[in-house]
Design a protein. Structure first.
Length: 283
């Protein structure tokens, strides 16, 4: 299992299925130029995709007070970038099926991590930069995709037990990934998105997350914000006291309101605890 092998397998992944591909083309001219009526129609014509988007957006983790009943309602309330992220999340799930147990959590919990990252980004970043909160929320939803790529590689190798133990004991999972492979799963996410021709800004942000790259001050601010979210919520720590504190330290370093972030993080944590309790009751 080497970085070169992973890249070879990543580049051999098939293209997006028909409907997500068409939607990708709709977004290719920029979200500000989207024909919303056409977008809604394309999604609604794919019953499975439409049902999955509504299922994701109505997930209890997001904590919306009322049910979103239609794609047009979802687009109106949450914007085209958020819907784009949901489409990509569905497409990735269809093409990349992996057992996330090697990270110490099952697939349901892994999906929780992705949705919680998106939720925290949406609630926090809308108070930092409302104009770009949608696109950052969409990226937060899918930024862990590289872990699915790596999980598939590990499961095909003879390193399963060694990797699982190492991951469990690692104090810093990004450093562990880098020491093992010379890269990180966030960089793999960037390469995956590049392969599928996703939004170029997604690629630029994730490539700069763990490696020094020359970017504009605006993109640097996006990278810092993604860093805040992944520190607060990740496969090892989901809004723990320590992970929230570490995220708050980054928020302070980049000159944003620490108390505001902490308040929102604790609110998201409280909502998630309610979700977990309801799951136990329903068992």
């Amino acid at each position: 299992m080497t970085f070169k092998n992973i890249i070879t397998n990543l580049e051999s992944l098939p293209p997006l299925s028909n409907t997500p591909f068409v939607i990708q083309q709709i977004y290719s001219c920029g979200s500000q130029n989207i024909d919303i009526i056409r977008l809604v129609k394309v999604i609604e014509n794919d019953a499975v995709l439409a049902a999955n988007i509504l299922k994701m957006i109505n997930a209890p983790i997001y904590g919306f007070s009322r049910k979103i009943a239609s794609i047009s309602q979802a687009v109106t309330l949450f914007g085209t970038d958020m819907v784009y992220g949901l489409v990509l999340k569905y497409a990735i799930g269809e093409l990349l099926r992996a057992d996330t147990e090697i990270y110490g959590l099952d697939n349901k919990r892994f999906n929780d991590v992705c949705q919680l990252q998106s939720t925290l980004m949406m609630q926090w970043y809308s108070r930092v930069d409302l104009r770009h909160a949608q696109i950052m929320t969409s990226l937060a939803l899918i930024m862990e995709s590289g872990k699915l790529v790596l999980a598939n590689e590990v499961m095909k190798s003879s390193y399963i037990k060694k990797f699982t133990i190492g991951y469990k004991n690692a104090k810093n999972i990004t450093e562990y990934e880098h020491n093992l492979l010379g890269t990180t799963t966030y960089y793999l996410s960037a390469l995956l998105f590049e392969h599928w021709k996703f939004e170029p800004l997604y690629v630029e942000i994730l490539k700069g997350l763990d490696f020094e790259t020359e970017v504009s001050p605006k993109v640097k601010s996006y990278i810092d914000s993604i860093d805040v979210i992944r520190v607060a919520i990740n496969v090892k720590n989901i809004l723990t006291a320590d992970s929230i504190k570490d995220a708050c330290d980054i928020v302070e370093e980049i000159g944003l309101d620490v108390n505001d972030f902490k308040r929102i993080a604790l609110r998201v944590k409280e909502q998630y605890n309610k979700v977990l309790i309801n799951r136990l009751i329903q068992k």
